[in-house]
Write a protein that binds this ligand. Structure first.
Ligand code: URP
Ligand code: ZN
Ligand code: ZN
Length: 486
């Protein structure tokens, strides 16, 4: 068979296996796996690990917040940074704000992504205004367009939906095979705590942590799981930051519910002590849910190892440490006025490799699963993306498992002026990254092209193995039951 390119001499790692093989690529797809292959162009992978290109499944790119602030990264800089971190594709958010239509929102993001993204991309749709029109026509149209996951917020004044709206969205999503994702924090608790802290003169970044108590996450995760189970809809609890929250996810799944968990590097590598750095420095470490403590870090590592978390995502939400971002409301802004979120799209995988794989906390196949395979399955991209098999897109990351580098902001390839992980020494880095057989990273440097990425029209989630547990109160004989029956 004629090949365009062969990756030779590496150790292939998938979510299930590790084996020595050459990979043959033709027209951007994997067409051969064999002991020895030759092609007009070859990549020497001797001594390297050959992994599925990462899929970053939670990041905020060219996205306005509800209060008008724009992320620092656009699809070019965000995609470049993702590629440098071993990713071949990503799924940022397309954010509907109140008063905006869903179709209008997706068109807007197409205009931002298509001319700029150097890697393949899709969107999760943030639903902040679930009007009748949105529920009955626009969400089904979004699904038909290949946007098969919706995110909702239980907090933030201008984004939150109530429980009835949540049930509506879960039901529409389930009917069409879409997956709902939720930012689960109790809005009332956060508002109540914030008001009292500010009234007491406590406005510095460090007070962001007590204003978002652990119980606010735990209550909301519990409620979200109950709502999803009522209608037997799949639900992803994103950015879980607490041990109790992780246990709720684990227990719901153990009972057969289609509940999935995601956690992020910041909750395993940083703590709320970082919010207490001098002056306004703590603002760099403000994200929601907030950073917790060292004991929580260890608990979340345990849950990552034992499979509670299906997804490991950066939640890259880049706001610069200047008047365009974190300090938009001035140098003395209160913790309530500072944009939430931190960058990290290029470090999601190197952090996990160095501190997860190399320390023996997780295996290489687990690393492949958390890099790409699980996200591909849950978000309707598998097996085209997320694994190394015949017929898959040639999305491949070659890792040097012994390369040690010190993290610094200028190496991130993003549009940011800081990284919260500055100065960490990590071992194991991606050195070559392919997107549909094209090099986007070579020798650790970005070589991709603006606009070369394609929109990924996604399918329904692969729910194999999840039987579901509809609440017994819901009588499948009623019209409602029939309407949402699989
Ligand atoms: O603080 C965060 N995580 N900001 C990004 C938006 C979100 O809720 O994911
Ligand atoms: Zn969120
Ligand atoms: Zn986020």
């Amino acid at each position: 068979m004629t090949l365009d390119l062969a990756v030779k001499g590496g150790t292939v790692v998938t979510a299930s296996d590790m084996f020595r093989a050459d990979i043959g690529i033709r027209h951007g797809r994997i067409v051969a796996l064999a002991e020895s292959l030759d092609a007009p162009e070859t990549i020497d992978a001797t001594g390297k690990l050959v992994l599925p290109g990462g899929i970053e499944a939670h990041c905020h790119i060219a996205q306005e917040s509800a209060t008008g602030g724009m992320t620092a990264d656009d699809y070019f800089t965000g995609g470049r940074s993702a590629a440098l971190g071993g990713n071949s594709s990503f799924i940022p958010f397309a954010a509907q704000h109140r008063g905006m239509g869903v179709t209008e929102t997706l068109d807007l993001y197409d205009g931002r992504a298509a001319p700029n993204s150097p890697i393949d991309y899709g969107y999760h749709l943030i639903v902040a205004d679930p009007t009748e029109q949105a529920l009955t026509q626009e969400l089904p149209a979004a699904f038909a367009r290949g946007v098969t996951s919706f995110k909702v917020f239980m907090t933030y004044d201008l984004m939150k939906i109530d429980d009835r709206q949540f049930l509506d969205i879960l039901t529409v999503a389930k009917t069409h095979g879409a997956v709902t994702m939720v930012h689960a924090e109790n809005h009332g608790m956060i508002g109540w705590m914030s008001e009292r802290l500010l009234a007491g003169g406590h406005s510095a970044p460090r007070y962001h942590a007590p204003s978002h108590p652990e119980l606010a996450e735990v209550e909301a995760i519990h409620r979200a799981i109950c709502l999803a189970r009522l209608v037997d809809a799949p639900l992803v609890i994103v950015h879980v930051s607490t041990e109790a929250g992780a246990k709720l996810v684990r227990d719901a799944r153990a009972e057969g519910a289609k509940i999935f968990g995601e956690t992020c590097p910041q909750y395993l590598f940083l703590t709320r002590d970082d919010l207490d750095r001098p002056g306004m420095e703590g603002a760099k470490f403000m994200c929601s849910p907030p950073l917790r403590d060292a004991a929580t870090q260890e608990a979340l590592w345990r849950h990552l190892r034992t499979g509670t978390f299906t997804l490991w995502s950066s939640d890259h939400a880049p706001y610069r440490f200047d008047a365009t971002g974190k300090l938009a409301k001035g140098p003395d802004a209160t913790f309530k006025q500072i944009a939430n979120g931190m960058p990290g799209i290029a470090l999601r995988l190197p952090l996990l490799f160095s501190e997860g794989v190399r320390t023996g906390r997780i295996t290489l196949p687990q690393f492949a699963a958390l890099s790409a395979t699980n996200a591909a399955k849950l978000y309707g991209l598998h097996p085209r993306k997320g694994t190394i098999c015949i017929g898959a897109d040639a999305d491949i990351a070659l890792w040097d498992p012994d390369l040690t580098r010190t993290v610094t902001a200028v190496d991130q390839g993003d549009a940011m002026d800081y990284t919260p992980f500055e100065g960490m020494r990590l071992t194991g880095w991606p050195v070559t990254v392919l997107s549909r057989g094209r090099k986007v990273v070579e020798g650790g440097a970005f070589v991709g092209a603006r606009g070369a990425g394609r929109f990924l029209a996604r399918a329904r989630a692969d729910m194999t193995g999840y039987a579901g547990t509809r609440a017994p109160e819901l009588d499948p004989a009623t019209n409602f039951g029939a309407e949402i029956a699989p």
